[in-house]
Design a binder for this molecule. Sequence first.
Ligand SMILES: Cc1cc2nc3c(=O)[nH]c(=O)nc-3n(C[C@H](O)[C@H](O)[C@H](O)COP(=O)(O)OP(=O)(O)OC[C@H]3O[C@@H](n4cnc5c(N)ncnc54)[C@H](O)[C@@H]3O)c2cc1C
Length: 397
Amino acid sequence: MDFDFTAEQHAFRREVRDWLAANVPADLKGRGFASSRAGREHVDRLRRWQRALQGAGFVGIDWPAQYGGRAASILEQVILYEEMSRAEAPQPVNRSGLSMLGPTLMRHGTPAQRDRHLAKILTAEEIWCQGFSEPNAGSDLANLQTRAVLDGDHFVVNGQKVWTSMAHVSDWGFFLVRTDPAAPKHKGITFLLLDMKTPGISIRPLTQITGEAEFNEVFLENVRVPVANVVGEVNGGWSVALTTLAYERDVLTMIRHISLRTALERLVALAKRTKRNGHTAAGDPVLRQKIAALTIAERCLALNGYRSLTRILRGQPPGPEGSTAKLFWSQVDQDLAETASEVIGPYSQIAGPSEWAPDEGQWEFYCLLARGSGIRAGTSEILRNILGERVLGLPKD
Ligand SMILES: Cc1cc2nc3c(=O)[nH]c(=O)nc-3n(C[C@H](O)[C@H](O)[C@H](O)COP(=O)(O)OP(=O)(O)OC[C@H]3O[C@@H](n4cnc5c(N)ncnc54)[C@H](O)[C@@H]3O)c2cc1C
């Protein structure tokens, strides 16, 4: 692969860098490292930030021009992400809408659904949540039990979802429901778009280990959803969901190392200025080794991402890099969080805002948040199963 960028790509990088230098709001700068999206006021600030980014042409850049994007290549997406990370700018808040639902509607949605929703996803005028997981359907997602029964031109939905990130601040949700309980479990599922203001929806925030409540339980009691809100075929929702989940991973494989690099740079700065036993933490022989190992891991992840990028640019189907990147990233993310706690020492337990919590308490938040890295978007155990069985050809049991 040619690792050099073209003149156009350099120009794009310059355009993004200049715009970010002039436009990242002071109250959001640096908050993309480890910050909550639970508070309504903060989410409103992030909505305005996404709107500004969109006005500059930096949201949904990979979307086709007819849907408000600029049909940018995956390399430009990587450049954008690198520059946003460099500028310590938060990512667009409407992540589920942008990276999951939007591309799903382009592939499986009706023209009316695209007209109604795509533009408002880009501007964050309507924020979306993902209602897939249930108390007995996480790793085994096809076991979901939320029931939808046809009644005229509506489905009546009853059941419960859980871990629904940002449901409490979302305007819409894309949900998986069971429409044919007699069919084999992957066959009787339908993909529905739900207006979160519909009567019968109750949202109960779940307080997480971080102390915030970014995700929720969502209870659905006789919720009437127009048939026009079905994406794809009735009972054909599993294949639509697979599209959505594939998009969740897609570009992430190429950019996972970038968020780690940002945290790592902060960790190095922290280690250089934190004094312990008469020398800086960076001078501690054990901590130095750990930081060096994390740096090597970040480089490996970057190279794995480039390998995946090479396959895509050559028009080959995605390889196992998506699964290896997620698995490895979650381990490195947790190791990095633990090393930061060791560098900071007992003060690492102090939450921000406090003058005693380094980097405004973002490390305390990061360390607790990292516990979820091996769970969300596919647990580490499931990823090991996938790699063992499908890539290495190991026996199933
Ligand atoms: C931060 C965060 C945000 C999330 N946001 C959303 C969201 O917005 N929308 C949404 O729908 N969901 C969301 N989720 C849910 C997430 O998708 C699930 O937590 C995940 O799929 C695991 O499901 P589970 O929690 O039910 O655990 P389970 O599937 O019950 O797993 C429990 C444990 O058993 C292990 N296990 C299960 N099956 C096997 C097996 N076959 N072999 C070996 N080990 C196994 C798992 O690895 C895990 O350690 C979020 C989760 C987190 C942590």
